[in-house]
Design a protein around this ligand. Sequence first.
Ligand SMILES: Cc1cc2nc3c(=O)[nH]c(=O)nc-3n(C[C@H](O)[C@H](O)[C@H](O)COP(=O)(O)OP(=O)(O)OC[C@H]3O[C@@H](n4cnc5c(N)ncnc54)[C@H](O)[C@@H]3O)c2cc1C
Length: 509
Amino acid sequence: MRKNSVPETQEVVLIGAGIMSATLAVLLKKLDPTLTITVYEKLDVISGESSNAMNNAGTGHAGFCELNYTPEKEDGSIDIKKAIDVASSFDLSREFWAHLVENEIISNPEDFITPTPHMSFVWGEDDVNFLRKRWETLSTHPLFKDMKYSEDWDEIASWLPLVMKDRKKGEPVAATRMEHGTDVNYGELTRKILMNLLFHNQIDLHMAHEVKNLKKKEDGSWELKVKNLATKKKSTKKANFVFIGAGGKAITLLEKSHIKEAKGYGGFPVSGEWLICNNPEVVKQHHAKVYGKAKIGAPPMSVPHLDSRQINGKASLLFGPFAGFSTKFLKNGSYWDFVGSMRKDNIVPMMSAGIHNIPLTKYLIEQVRQTKEDKLNALRDYFPDAKAEDWDEELAGQRVQVIQKDGKGGVLKFGTEIVCCEDGSLAGLLGASPGASTAVSIMIDLLQRCFPERFEAAWKGKIQEIIPSYNKASIAPKEYSDSRQRTAAILGLTPAMQHKREEVSSYVS
Ligand SMILES: Cc1cc2nc3c(=O)[nH]c(=O)nc-3n(C[C@H](O)[C@H](O)[C@H](O)COP(=O)(O)OP(=O)(O)OC[C@H]3O[C@@H](n4cnc5c(N)ncnc54)[C@H](O)[C@@H]3O)c2cc1C
């Protein structure tokens, strides 16, 4: 049996100050307060990459509105497994965040989470039939029992005035609505967690420090080469456990670690862009996240959506993301990232994934060539009356999709992948979807894989105390709704609290 490489007194290093490292840091400190945790971040800000609010869509992914989580099977039925997984994971995140609020590790949850209905909207007979079947199947499950469905023009218009205004009548339309949806500022949440840990001397946080290399030592520990980007000084750091939470750059550091489990992995970068509206007259007419159906060949994360966002006290509307191609692995990365990641062991999988994804390549080329007018026309499918002067283009974050070796050469994957070395002393996170929403369950999985004995002996029980729904094979419908009501009250998501928030924000503005 493999043993945990991590001894009792432990040096832990987390690379990157995004939502994943922040979640892991606070979980580890809860589970073992004696750990010494050092975080290195190459930027001079916390959550400056994908976790930053403007770099992602801020959806608390819960499977309510994302049509790509409920594909139609060959027999015409709807597969809801992925939606259930994501919904359960997001409920774990909510319970964990509620625990952090109750224990005063983070405060003022309204700074990072805003109740925002999650809706799907489709038009045309085929898509209406799909949405109806999806709702019929999902609403039998306790996690989705509150989902509303409508094909009634006036009812949908009362939910989504901007979407229905000036829309051509005659075409069938349908929408679903979940009131429990949320908009999450993952950047703010990351900052709150890391700043609290720093303030209480629970972590060492080194900003503008880039981890350049890492090497396994004979005693089983890791030696990291770190560069202080302000002084240009280099230093070494020893660690018993390393987490590579470097976002798009995780693939490069995993390659440098030379662990055999990372062999055959590659990364395919996809950049993103939004249309953003800051005109308060328009913004106040829409309050929902509205997801539609993806175009043929579009990667699942490029499903268009029109979102109400609440970022640092300011409301705006975001539409997109439009996909693009950039060879960078991070927004603040290098144009050499993609080429530099090619190795003997991943070149075949990378080429094979390219050959087998011609529709994706065609889709990306089409997207890159889009002008602002083309983007506005795509927006007008959702908001027919959109005016060019109200919308600006804004760069979103960079995603790196996982390419993995398989029997046929290589396959492009759209999920998240934990790569963990055999003795559990190093792990890295690849991929971006469903992403930040499921950070808590991803990090719990990582702990279970890297520290199996400690996890079984002590940590699992502690996690169950912190997150009551964790590891429950089946939960009665009443428990689901009790848990959601409890976390809603702690996180300020109840209708009464929402009303207070609106009152306060109208008073402030
Ligand atoms: C366009 C877009 C839309 C998205 N929408 C959603 C959404 O609606 N909901 C959702 O849940 N998720 C969404 N995601 C996914 C989500 O943003 C990511 O899954 C999540 O932010 C990843 O967090 P992270 O901590 O792994 O990475 P990041 O936030 O990218 O953090 C990695 C950090 O590592 C640092 N770093 C890199 N290399 C080094 C090094 N060598 N040394 C030191 N530091 C280093 C980087 O500077 C960065 O700060 C979206 C992503 C994108 C791009």
